[in-house]
Design a protein around this ligand. Structure first.
Ligand code: DQA
Length: 148
């Protein structure tokens, strides 16, 4: 099945951005690991990063046309601000897993609320790059259970 990984704003800077919070692994490393694992499990993974809300929304719309079965999304700060991204995910009706590198609940109060979480299949946060890998494993299990 097709899996899409979406990375929101500032995640292109992973590896150099506040390494004490987000670690030293780069986005390229994460994407490569995710792609390899998805392929090994018989799925096709693509990824997209943008700092622009409308581009992420456009990519969500495109995912429906491509018959994407599952989205993994780290919405970055749009988690806490974007009703528009929420509405896009609701509109396409593709199951999604929300994830964060950091434990947003242990950080500033403005990071405690997510506009997406109640629509998500589940939410994973606090494990650094492993949040992505755990989300993918959970997603693969779900896809494999749903497979005819
Ligand atoms: C983040 C957490 C958000 O609060 C923050 O704005 C980010 C990254 C994370 O992965 O921990 O950009 O989504």
């Amino acid at each position: 099945a097709k899996i899409l990984v979406l990375h929101g704003p500032n995640l292109n800077l992973l590896g150099s951005r506040e390494p004490e919070v987000y670690g030293r692994t780069t986005l390229a490393d994460i994407n490569a690991t995710l792609s390899n694992r998805a392929t090994e499990a018989g799925h096709a993974l693509s990824w997209f990063q943008s700092n622009a809300e409308h581009e992420l929304i456009g990519r969500v719309h495109q995912a429906r046309d491509e018959q994407t079965a599952l989205i993994l999304i780290n919405p970055g700060a749009f988690t806490h601000t974007s009703i528009a991204l929420r509405d896009a995910l609701a509109a396409v009706n593709i199951p999604f897993i929300e994830l964060h590198l950091s434990n947003v609940h242990a950080r500033e109060p403005f990071r405690h609320h997510s506009y997406l979480a109640d629509l998500a299949v589940g939410v994973i946060c606090g494990f650094g790059p492993d949040s992505y890998y755990l989300a993918l494993e959970a997603g693969i299990s779900r896809l494999d259970r749903a497979a005819p």
